[in-house]
Write a protein that binds this ligand. Sequence first.
Ligand code: ATP
Length: 462
Amino acid sequence: MKKKESDNLMDKIVSLTKRRGFVFPSSEIYDGFTAVYDFGPYGVELANNIKKEWWKTMTQYRDDIVGLDSAIFMSPKIWEASGHVKGFSDPLTECKKCHARLRLDALLEEAGIFADEKMTEEEINKIFEANRDKVKCPQCGATDFTPGKKFNLLVQANLGNFTGDWTKEPTYLRGETCQGIYVNFKNVLDSARVKIPFGIAQIGKAFRNEITALQFIFRTREFEQMEMQYFVKPGDDSKYYEEWKAARWKFYLDLGLSAANLRWHQHENLVFYAKEAYDIEYKFPFGFKELEGIHARGDYDLTQHSKFSGKDLSYLDPTTNEKYMPHVVETSAGVGRTFLAVLTEAYCEEELAGETRIVLKLAPKIAPIKIAIFPLLKNKPELVAKAREVYDALKLVWRCEFDDNGNIGKRYRRQDEIGTPYCLTIDFDTLENSEVTVRDRDTMKQEKIKITDLEKFFREKI
Ligand code: ATP
């Protein structure tokens, strides 16, 4: 039977990911570093598999999208052009009792009052004043706060600036990856033989000085984005927007998330240049929250960069000779949030012979380890040698793990907890008839397979 109690599900996921080496708090031996996390040995495999699936879906399977890997540091002028230096901010308030720094829009939302991070300081403070009695500090319960103040989320750095007071002319760690795509639009156009409509996809780190970052890897100050900008002819926006909405929804179903745990959220308060904005939300243990944003951004970004750089970024249609500024449909997802969503979906506890079996029912294609290979007994050299031989062959194709520690039951439990879909045991019969026992993680059913058929068997399954 499957048990899922959402109240402590989050604690269970945090504990499992630490215990089994998926996620570690950053700088732990130095008492940690707020809102930054490290991926451990299994975490890096899972994150890489998620990225691989995204990259394949967005580039390899399409002939209209190319990839890019732009640098984290860019000219600071880019962040002025994009509007981040002036406008990339969240409203910050401080609890006067416990001095917790909190995001005002989130506080109001918690209290059931509509607010948005895009509101001006004045707008949001007006709502705050009118609802003072309804808002409580989530940390100490007090109701006395400082007025909301806009706090810029860009992370500053002194790269290449050797003056004492570099904060006057800072560089920035990128707040989103897509600006690297916009500023390379012409380079890609001139070199990659692409024609509109086409897209540029990129996976990379982004940095934001998030005010509150309390939900594990959901909101971190350093994170990874998977973004794609699709450049279209003005007027074609809605057609491609709908196509991308459908494609991105399907991506999450293909990763193993269930439709019942996904929903659309339409932005009520669009930024002035946006034509349409929806988020795909996932039901995390702490409620439905944004997993990915899909935005029709018009020609805002290319126009801004044309203005600020003085370089014409418009497009000349080679067949019709029409010249126009392309419009953009953007899909913007987070690696960390997808990682947490697939873990939330996969985490199961089952009663098994009076004990609790914890199992991560991850889709095999994203499971960190695909196949675990066990010799039945550690002290029988002929079993160990045979198991090594099978392991050495399969590891060339899939990420495998060899384990000869403890009894088989314990080895199964360990692989269940890290989501390994198949365990394979070599016993004395194997030496006689070249058959191994393959055990399925979800059904726990076992079947005998000939060693020579293993590759074919797993190719069909994984
Ligand atoms: P939120 O409203 O939750 O702060 P956002 O609307 O600012 O998110 P976008 O700027 O649209 O997010 O970024 C696109 C995607 O990048 C998000 O859907 C999310 O998956 C990821 N992302 C953004 N900020 C963070 C963060 N601080 N930590 C982890 N992932 C993030």
